[in-house]
Design a protein around this ligand. Structure first.
Ligand SMILES: Nc1ncnc2c1ncn2[C@@H]1O[C@H](COP(=O)(O)OP(=O)(O)O)[C@@H](O)[C@H]1O
Ligand SMILES: [Mg+2]
Length: 282
């Protein structure tokens, strides 16, 4: 295909040798299949900030590292320099997360380089060598649903052990590769320790997995892995291989129903006695 404008400089620099086709255009980026010598790779071209949707919200960018206070001030003011810096921070966050997670053994696309707003990474493939489908577009048996779910819960744990919460994990951001599920799309990933919303995001990520796979394997709908994982993490007791039950005992006392009924009866008796006493007194 004709080289898209944003990929021309990578071609000029010899970083890629040709553009084969465009993959699905997502909410925040356009994704292309490109040739690099003998290999086929994936180029993710970020859309301009103004064309993007919801995810650059305050929640996600909270506590994101910026180089210095002048950049932080510019970002807060929303000057052009500030917007550019914010843009950079957003795109870099995905590259950082990919390197960090790959190093922690999480199955994510292998990143190759980041150049002028384009991320060059491994093309995740299915058994035929074609770009892998999203989970959302895949069909599987209940057994496979249980297996994928278990593997993804392990990946979530491994990510959290590496200090990262995905923040937008769902069947739309997981590809089904020949070797199993692969997590993609991480520019909104948050720092588990430094972001006040990390817990909520982790719970939502895990809930999305449960609800999606629960459609095929309903037994999963009874599980509560998110709360269990977060509780272990907070106690500093989470390891990549910590056994999980999928159950979580919330800390509220069970209601003493008999006691409550006794209180009600007592109150009723007391009230009756008072009425009797008053009518006698009149
Ligand atoms: N490394 C990859 N290998 C294969 N397909 C990919 C890869 N990265 C992205 N895609 C495809 O491009 C789509 C959009 O990419 P994604 O990173 O989710 O960006 P967006 O923020 O636009 O949702 C994905 O749903 C997937 O189909
Ligand atoms: Mg996506």
């Amino acid at each position: 295909m004709k080289t898209p404008k944003r990929l021309q400089s990578l071609l000029d620099e010899g970083l890629i040798d040709g553009v084969q086709r465009q993959l699905m255009s997502g909410k925040e980026a356009q994704v292309f299949v490109v040739r690099c010598g003998e290999e086929t790779r994936c180029a993710k071209v970020y859309k301009e900030a103004t064309q993007r949707s919801f995810r650059q919200a305050v929640d996600y960018t909270e506590n994101r590292k910026v180089k210095n206070s002048r950049e932080a001030r510019a970002m807060a003011k929303g000057t052009r320099f500030g917007r550019e810096k914010q843009e950079e921070a957003w795109q870099n966050a995905e590259v950082d997360a990919l390197y960090r997670l790959a190093a922690a053994g999480v199955r994510v696309p292998k990143p190759y380089l980041f150049f002028e707003g384009v991320l060059l990474m491994e093309l995740v493939c299915d058994a035929h060598g074609d770009a892998a489908p999203r989970l959302n577009d895949s069909v599987f048996t209940p057994e496979q649903a249980l297996d994928h779910h278990a593997r993804l819960i392990r990946e979530v744990v491994r990510m959290l052990c590496a200090g990262v919460v995905h923040g937008d994990l769902s069947e739309f951001n997981i590809l089904l590769a020949e070797d199993g599920p692969v997590i993609i799309d991480l520019p909104q990933a948050v720092d588990a320790a430094g972001n006040n919303h990390a817990q909520r995001m982790l719970l939502r990520d895990v809930e999305n997995l449960r609800n999606f796979f629960g459609q095929t394997a309903p037994a999963l709908l009874q599980t509560d892995f998110g709360a269990e994982i977060w509780a272990l993490y907070e106690r500093g007791a989470l390891q990549p291989d910590t056994p999980l039950s999928g159950r979580f005992q919330r800390k509220h006392k069970t209601v003493d129903l008999r006691g409550v009924l006794r209180e009600i009866d007592d109150a009723r008796d007391e009230d009756a006695a008072r009425r009797l006493h008053m009518s006698q007194a009149r």
